[in-house]
Design a binder for this molecule. Structure first.
Ligand SMILES: [Zn+2]
Length: 611
């Protein structure tokens, strides 16, 4: 029998364990006997023979077997289980049922698989002497790449056990290799592989090195959270997919794939995150309903609240962690990117003793940050500022922040009534969702209070028509409203790789048609001033770093007031607003593209063509 370099997999329960490179000539195999099966791999794996005995003897005896000779150069998988004669039929059935879906992809040229069956841990223990050397190579991929293993056929065990750079590289697919966190995962795995094992070896106790495994999972989760914090990600997505766990970050509003965690560790990662957030770990696989949890995370000078939500998918729980940094300082209202004229005007209006200011925009457009900076700028010992939020995203000293509890019948309407008994000057209501809340807010603003709130509409004038639709009397809206705004966040071009951008003919005509539809003039030299980021290491090849605000601001002038009382249509309100000097979102976008702050592609992406 020629020296065979083989991969060796052990299973626990119904999960695949790590894949190890072992030498079939290792003394371990001298007396390893039990049930075996030889599989013809490839796209449709089929079992070609099965039997019982000493695996090495069996392979030698069968090497001239026509069935094996016929597949000499084809993918082959040997399944191996150490069981007693009574259990054999059941084991064979189990192997058939359980291995079939797992080897749907092409399998390596020559592989031996040891299976520790559920409820039969450590069956192989009696047969072992020194444990074979092992590698955790599979932590970088789902299945060994056929090329890597086929090439290893003539290699010695030593070469396999200490994989060369080329073998390592060939076993990681190109897509996985480009993921930014993949090298960090390899480092962690390497550290754990090099650490001495304390449980007496690979086959001891029939189980994997438990303590190290747990520490490995903890280290990987810590690494992911640390990197998320470093990149200022707002969300971390952990998604079980067929044969790996996909980890994505949302950075500057865009989802980026950052890491693939191979099978064997994927569900334990989600399970560990569940435990961290106070949920039951046992439900880490296959829960039947979504759950929420939270935790506080502190590392490397970053402290953040983490909100976990899970969602059962066909491959297990998908986890999304929202990161809410505690320590980041709220920016000054002067620094959030408002045009200077708008800023002066806005500040004058919000400093009044009564009125109502509504910020609109889709989820994640920074409405809360805008309101927080406004409240912070109004914050003084002479004002009683009270908020009603869902949830409280940022704590501001000196402001009384409350959170609604819908389960306890403490919604926006009830809360607002309670606040009005608290002698407030300034009130912030997280969102107006119904007529009741809208009416209380409107009447509060008419009785000596300044109200700040948000509405889910696309444009500033949309807030007015939304209030009409809710059923608020137009004359009440006209008297209560001070100003409305709409906003979006656009990514800033990366300062390290910014370059002039020659607009494509399609972009040029898009600029023209959008300007025409919005009834605005484009900045004179817009086409010659466009810039974009070419992508560099500072911006992870995205061409962007950080975000800035596009702000559409509409003060309610006497003219606008008349239009509201007449319950004018959206179109008429919009035309009137433009006549009064409102700069719509798209015009703000063109201005920031003209100044080289953002790219024209980003403006098109963020500002809806209908706006
Ligand atoms: Zn860059």
């Amino acid at each position: 029998m020629p020296s065979l370099s083989v991969y060796w997999n052990r299973c626990e329960g119904d999960t695949w364990g790590e894949l190890y490179a072992v030498d079939l000539n290792d003394p371990h195999f001298d007396r390893l006997e039990g049930v075996y099966m030889v599989w013809l791999g490839g796209g449709k794996p089929t079992m070609i023979c099965a039997g019982a005995g000493v695996i090495r003897d069996e392979l030698i005896r069968r090497q001239n077997d026509p069935a094996i000779t016929a597949m000499r150069d084809k993918p082959m998988l040997v399944s191996w289980a150490k069981v007693d004669a009574v259990s054999r039929p059941g084991v064979e059935r189990w192997l058939l049922e359980n291995l079939r879906p797992l080897i749907a992809q092409p399998v390596p040229g020559s592989v031996a698989v040891e299976v520790n069956l559920p409820g039969h841990p450590g069956q192989a223990q009696a047969n072992t002497a020194a444990p074979p050397r092992q590698i955790f190579e599979d932590l970088t991929r789902a299945t060994p790449a056929p090329s890597a293993v086929r090439a290893s056929g003539s290699k010695t065990f030593e070469q396999l056990a200490a994989p060369s750079a080329t073998m390592r590289a060939s076993s990681i697919d190109t897509e996985t290799r480009r993921l930014p966190l993949q090298p960090l995962l390899l480092e962690i795995v390497k550290k754990h592989t090099e650490a001495p094992k304390s449980n007496g070896g690979f086959f001891g106790g029939g189980s994997k090195p438990k303590v190290d495994d747990e520490q490995l999972v903890i280290d990987v989760v810590q690494m992911v959270l640390r990197e998320a914090a470093k990149l200022k990600a707002s969300d971390v997505h952990m998604e079980p997919i067929d044969h790996y766990l996909r980890i994505r970050f949302r950075v500057d509003g865009i989802l980026e794939e950052v890491l693939h965690v191979p099978n064997g560790m994927n569900l334990r990662i989600v399970s560990h995150v569940r435990v961290m957030c106070g949920l039951d770990p046992e439900h880490g696989i296959g829960t039947s309903h979504p759950e929420d949890g939270r935790m506080f995370f502190m590392q490397d000078g970053m402290d953040a609240d983490l909100r976990l939500s899970t969602f059962p998918t066909s491959y297990g729980d998908k986890a999304v962690l929202r990161l809410i940094p505690r320590s980041t300082k709220l920016p000054d209202i002067k620094d959030i990117g408002l045009p200077p004229g708008t800023l002066d005007d806005l500040f004058q209006l919000i400093s009044r003793t009564q009125g109502m200011f509504i910020v609109t925009g889709p989820t994640g457009c920074g409405k809360s940050t805008t309101l927080y900076t406004i409240l912070q700028s109004l914050n003084s010992p002479m004002r009683n500022i009270v908020t009603l939020e869902d949830p409280i995203e940022k704590k501001i000293p000196g402001i009384n922040q409350g959170m609604i509890q819908p389960k306890a019948n403490f919604g926006f309407a009830e809360g607002l009534r309670a606040i009005l008994r608290q002698d407030p000057n300034v009130i912030m209501v997280g969102e107006i969702r119904d007529l009741e809340t809208a009416e209380i807010a409107v009447s509060a603003s008419l009785t000596g209070h300044m109200i700040f709130t948000t509405l889910h509409t696309n444009s500033a004038v949309g807030a007015i028509t939304r209030l009409f639709d809710m059923g608020v009397e137009p004359f009440l809206i006209a008297s209560a409203l001070t100003a409305v705004s709409a906003q979006r966040l656009v990514r800033r071009i990366c300062p390290s790789c910014i370059q002039p951008h020659q607009a494509t003919p399609a972009e040029a005509s898009e600029i023209e048609s959008r300007a025409e539809r919005a009834g605005i003039a484009t900045p004179k030299s817009l086409l010659s001033n466009l810039k974009h980021g070419t992508g560099c290491s500072a911006c992870r090849r995205t061409g962007y770093q950080g975000r800035t605000i596009l702000f559409e601001y509409l003060p309610i002038t006497p003219g606008m007031r008349q239009m509201i009382i007449k319950k004018s249509s959206m179109e008429d309100l919009r035309s009137a607003a433009l006549r009064e000097g409102m700069e719509p979102l798209v015009s703000e976008g063109f201005r920031k593209a003209n100044e080289g702050i953002t790219s024209i592609a980003e403006v098109f992406r963020i500002v809806d063509a209908a706006d």
